[in-house]
Design a protein. Structure first.
Length: 480
């Protein structure tokens, strides 16, 4: 088995944490008991790109328990939990000397070059005769491996991969390097891979956004299931997950007292709502910035001040971006922030904060306090603390969302994988959300574990509100 992780000897520790997590992931464990015998994913070759955490380990092993062959990379250079990666490679039955699990290509603290080299390896399956074969399903978080297939095919068809000098973007340079190499080695590689993919299931807001854009411009190559917009994903993971893991990241990164400080949360979508509540729960005075009048009004009526960043940049202590947009915190803001202001991002990509611009401020020095915590020292001695180099801090500085909420997200992922793999014909090219009855089912699977007593409709009540006793209970347009 090929793999690349930091240290296989961490597998025993990882296994213990996987077992703890399984107890907190009733949805995923129900998938195993419900579908284990039927093996609905037998024949599926799943290429995955998603934060390689303990919770993801339980997801991977659930896909394997349902019959899938899986290869995995992370979707972020700082988010891997090395003991989780090691445990997945070793597998529940294997040993460090004879790993028998799933190939993983991820470690905490990859360089951008390493990241893209490893991302490409999820496409290298082998068939029973040892021949190279591509995946037939993708499981993506943020859309990076989906992008590799689309760009790979585009460049292959054009017969040329743009030179790395054609871009100033350091990350895109690496994408071009990896694709140039693969096209040079095999001029039909991406045509073959793209032709074999039945579909992708996408985890997050930013990746989903990229899929809808591709579909709109007519360039989407295969159907996609938008897992993010299952209610039991975005209204739980994005909100309650961030409510848990945002302050975890700030605390582990800085251990600064949050109570009494002024914290600015940029964006009041699902992640912003969870983040603002997280900080308020610690006693911070929270200010929101928004561009959407509906979300701005929501924030105000939830009791938050809503201001422009420019109005509070000189006085606030903590700045968190949650927008999924770019250029939110820029050089002109850094220059006005006060000494020891803390800046972090919890949105998917690092471009919410202009890190390149920060590095170019004349005389500025970047000083590492510890991995993923840096102070940027200005010429006049002012210091700004930046977490996870502007990448999502809840996974870079802490361990991301806890198992219970990820069980909701990942049960949707498993259901979406089964849908796309077993009902391919029902999904022409397009972007779909899972049907509501499955969304309700995911929630239902998590009720017992936290002692919820669900009231049952009588037949008469069901008829009165026009639903079936067994659900779905809400129309598609209901917003929760
Ligand atoms: P969303 O679309 O619900 O919220 C984003 C909000 O930012 C919107 O209300 C939008 O109006 C606002 N916004 C956009 N531009 C802005 C600007 N210039 N200034 C102020 N506000 C602005 O998206 P969601 O689901 O909250 O996701 C946000 C980001 O977080 C995405 O990149 C997503 O992929 C990522 N994410 C990260 C997670 C993590 O664990 N770190 C978990 C889930 C999602």
């Amino acid at each position: 088995m090929d793999y690349k992780v930091a240290d296989l000897s961490l597998a025993a520790y990882g296994r213990k944490e996987i077992e703890l997590a399984q107890h907190e992931m009733p949805g995923l464990m129900a998938m195993r008991s419900r579908y284990g015998a039927a093996q609905p994913l037998k024949g599926a070759r799943v290429a995955g790109s998603l934060h390689m955490t303990i919770q993801t380990a339980v997801l991977i092993e659930t896909l394997v328990a349902l019959g899938a062959d899986v290869r995995w990379a992370t979707c972020n250079i700082f988010s891997t939990q090395d003991h989780a990666a090691a445990a997945v490679v070793v597998g529940p039955e294997g040993t460090v000397d004879a790993p028998a699990g799933t190939p993983v290509f991820a470690w905490k603290g990859e360089t951008l070059a390493e990241y893209w080299d490893e991302a490409e390896k999820v496409f290298d399956f082998t068939d029973a005769d040892g021949n190279k074969i591509g995946p037939n399903v993708l499981l993506d978080d943020g859309g990076d491996i989906t992008m590799l297939v689309h760009l790979g095919l585009e460049f292959e068809k054009a017969g040329v991969v743009p030179s790395q000098d054609s871009t100033d973007n350091e990350e895109y340079k690496e994408v071009l390097r990896v694709l140039a190499r693969s096209v040079a080695n095999d001029s039909t590689r991406w045509t073959t891979i793209a032709g074999g993919i039945l579909g992708v299931t996408e985890e997050t807001t930013t990746g989903v956004h990229r899929l809808y854009e591709r579909f709109k411009e007519g360039s989407l190559l295969f159907p996609a299931i938008n897992v993010n917009d299952s209610v039991t994903k975005s209204k739980f993971d994005n909100k309650y997950g961030c409510r848990h893991s945002l302050i975890d990241g700030i605390n582990r990164g800085t251990d600064v007292m949050i109570a009494g400080k002024t914290a600015v949360v940029c964006g009041y979508g699902d992640v912003g709502k969870g983040s603002a509540e997280s900080l308020r729960g610690q006693g911070a005075r929270v200010v929101i910035t928004e561009i959407d009048p509906i979300c701005a009004l929501q924030a105000a009526m939830d009791g938050f001040e809503v201001k422009r960043l420019e109005s509070v940049v000189e006085t606030a202590d903590i700045f968190i971006t949650t927008t999924g947009n770019f250029d939110i915190i820029r050089v002109e803001h850094f220059e006005k922030m006060k000494h020891q202001a803390i800046v972090g991002n919890i949105g998917h990509f690092d471009n919410e904060i202009d890190m390149a611009g920060l590095a170019q401020i004349p005389g500025i020095v970047k000083d590492e306090i510890k991995p993923q915590v840096h102070q940027w020292i200005f010429e006049d001695g002012k210091k700004i603390i930046v977490l996870s180099e502007g990448r999502l801090l809840n996974l870079g500085n802490a361990t991301g969302h806890p198992s219970f909420v990820m069980s909701n997200s990942f049960t949707n992922q498993v259901l979406a994988q089964i849908e796309i793999f077993t009902k391919t014909d029902e999904y022409p090219i397009g972007v779909y959300v899972l049907p509501k009855h499955l969304d309700e089912e995911v929630a239902r699977l998590h009720l017992d574990a936290i002692g919820v007593e669900l009231t049952e409709l009588t037949k008469e009540q069901a008829a009165y509100i026009g639903v079936d006793v067994a659900g779905p209970y809400k129309p598609e347009h209901y917003r929760y």
